[in-house]
Design a protein around this ligand. Sequence first.
Ligand code: PLP
Length: 296
Amino acid sequence: MRRRFLQESRTHLELLGSEDYGEREAKPAQRKRGFEAPYGTLREPICHLEPRLSTSVPNANLKMILSKIDANLKKIRVRIAAAAGRADRNPESVTLVAVTKYAEPAWVQALFDLGHRDFGENRPQQLARRAGEFPSEIHWHLIGHLQRNKVGLVLPATTRIHSVDSLRLLKRIGESSLKAGATRSVLLEVNVSGEAAKDGLSPSELRELWPQFCEQSGVQIDGLMTMAPHTDDPESTRATFRGLRALRDQLAESSQGEQPLPELSMGMSGDFEVAIEEGATLIRVGSSLYEGLSPP
Ligand SMILES: Cc1ncc(COP(=O)(O)O)c(C=O)c1O
């Protein structure tokens, strides 16, 4: 599968032509792993990786997918920069996690070809499968609910778990990570808005259990994550994002520098600008990336 991916990657880039994506010869190491792409760049060099073989997606469609996603990414980057500017922040302090829950494999591939490296999946099974199918340079973020019996499935494939919503789950992740000889980066999911249908710890529960969360070994608690209520008015999400940030500040302060919690994962297609203004360091964006595309 990885071999097919590399063949299709090359096809994507060739389709845009060397005027846009200038060619160069691959170094021997790159032939094995795929081309090296500097994080976040939208202009990628082409490498001669493998002989070109036919692909299941027609060339005209690949070209259309690549150029639509390229244009969408550029628009999102402009929006990120504007929001960061309003908050007097460096846009580079915000990582765009491309949510691939509903993305076709060719769309994921196009994002990779365009230099994107942070991808978010909601479903543990799909994350584990895709991590095996796509190049190992990808940082996979688990952003959806995780049952304890799926921890072993996702741990080897996941860079960061955003959705730790109980002490029992944190313990299981810690124990499994210790067995594997690694420490795992996690974020704690908080239901700031208090909606009954949402996963996540309540702020009061987290405050109360915080010392126990801090005691767990095998995990590095890097920050907090939340989802704002679904709304057509992005401004109305501000209180939720501000609440997460205030909670983070409070917990960090109470741990006296031991747990600085630098990451805030908040903001989706409809509200990421407000989230950035309120301090988001990771935004999880899906639908805006795929505007103009529909599954075959
Ligand atoms: C936890 C989470 N974050 C972010 C997203 C992306 O949302 P959107 O498509 O509105 O950008 C989703 C969508 O499935 C999600 O479940």
